[in-house]
Design a protein around this ligand. Structure first.
Ligand code: FAD
Length: 317
């Protein structure tokens, strides 16, 4: 089922999860043991992130270094198929522009279509580790809205090879990212919303937000979207924050604010267990407030400490 169908059919708030493929060399069992405990909460869909290849230098036998490309977390498409097969839950693979030609993207979409995947989250991706700014693949896309175009074009049966007449029309439901505290490269929220609106106008059906720790950011963002003429559903992205180190790591990676009250409480905590308790209570309060405001879905970034999300879900449902 498509994410939009899940949202329409939801009679009470549903949950969705986001997971990372395991590091290369690990088994799919790592994913199953992460997801099994969530079964009782019936996640409606599970997003699987995509990780672009990185360039690293490796020493050759002659002592010189050569630059090689490695993908540390491959397997997004395979994991989506495994999730759908094992749990019967819809998977939402992330597709990124970074590092991909249009041809490779088209082939990935064809694979997903053959596997019965109905959903895709279309993203630009970040700059590669060795680059300061995002550099598109020479035959790829600069921005997520171009990727949305490509996916919607395939939904119309238009393939890159123009000779393909009467091409099969895929039927992907496309989601895109949104940033309640604005995307870090954007000069201001209005400019960011201008481009977010382009993604929706070009055919994306919903927005999943970057994590936020103060619901006021989410409510203000949804209102700003509506004022801008963006009517698509805005799925709130939630992450537990359970340790003092995260107070600096999360803002530096995700460019989001941690509320003073939460950071004060965490800094004053005397143990890891106390930090975890504070983070759990904070997330629970966020969820309760969002549910009472009528959101149809809570989307959890499940990395790191899934049991914290489980504990919150036990309190909620
Ligand atoms: P875009 O929508 O392309 O926007 C990027 C920036 O360019 C913004 O500042 C925007 O305002 C601006 N912009 C957009 N279009 C134009 C235009 N035509 N001209 C000028 N400026 C423009 N990253 C991964 O690598 N893998 C993942 O799996 C992944 N999953 C994510 C899931 C979610 C829910 C979110 C919120 C983020 C995720 N990311 C992921 C991170 C994401 O790739 C980065 O935040 C990236 O920097 C921006 O991606 P985007 O799709 O929002 O880009």
């Amino acid at each position: 089922m498509k994410v939009t169908e899940h949202l329409l059919q939801a009679k009470k708030p549903i949950i969705s999860l986001e997971i990372l493929p395991p590091a290369k060399g690990k088994s799919i069992e790592n994913i199953f043991s992460l997801l099994d405990p969530f079964r009782e909460f019936h996640p409606a869909f599970i997003n699987v992130t995509y990780h672009r290849a990185e360039q690293v230098f490796k020493r050759r036998g002659d002592g010189n270094f050569e630059r090689v490309e490695i993908r540390k977390r491959p397997g997004t498409v395979g994991i989506c198929a495994a999730i759908m097969n094992r749990y019967g839950i819809d998977a939402v693979p992330h597709l990124i522009c970074g590092g991909f030609s249009r041809e490779e993207t088209e082939n990935a979409l064809i694979d997903l279509h053959y596997l019965g995947v109905k959903n895709v989250l279309a993203l630009r991706g970040d700059a590669a580790g060795n680059e300061k700014f995002f550099v598109p693949h020479p035959h790829g896309h600069h921005y997520a809205n171009e990727l949305v175009d490509q996916i919607l074009s395939l939904n119309e049966g238009h393939y890159l090879e123009e000779e393909i007449m009467d091409g099969f029309k895929t039927d992907f439901c496309v989601g895109v990212a949104g940033y309640p505290e604005k995307h870090f490269e954007s000069p201001n929220l209005d400019t960011d919303l201008f481009y977010t609106k382009q993604k929706i106008d070009r055919g994306a059906s919903y927005i999943t937000t970057q994590m936020f720790f103060d619901n006021r950011h989410y409510y203000a963002y949804v209102q700003a979207c509506r004022d801008f003429g963006i009517q698509a559903p805005v799925i709130p992205g939630l992450k537990p924050i359970t340790g003092k180190k995260q107070l600096t790591i999360i803002p530096s990676i995700f460019n989001v604010d941690i509320p003073l009250e939460l950071s004060r409480e965490l800094l004053a905590a005397k143990s890891e267990a106390a930090c975890e308790q504070i983070g759990t209570e904070w997330l629970l309060a966020q969820c309760k407030d969002l549910i009472s405001s009528g959101v149809p879905v809570l989307h959890f970034y499940t990395l790191g400490k899934p049991h914290v999300v489980i504990n919150v879900l036990k309190e909620l449902f």
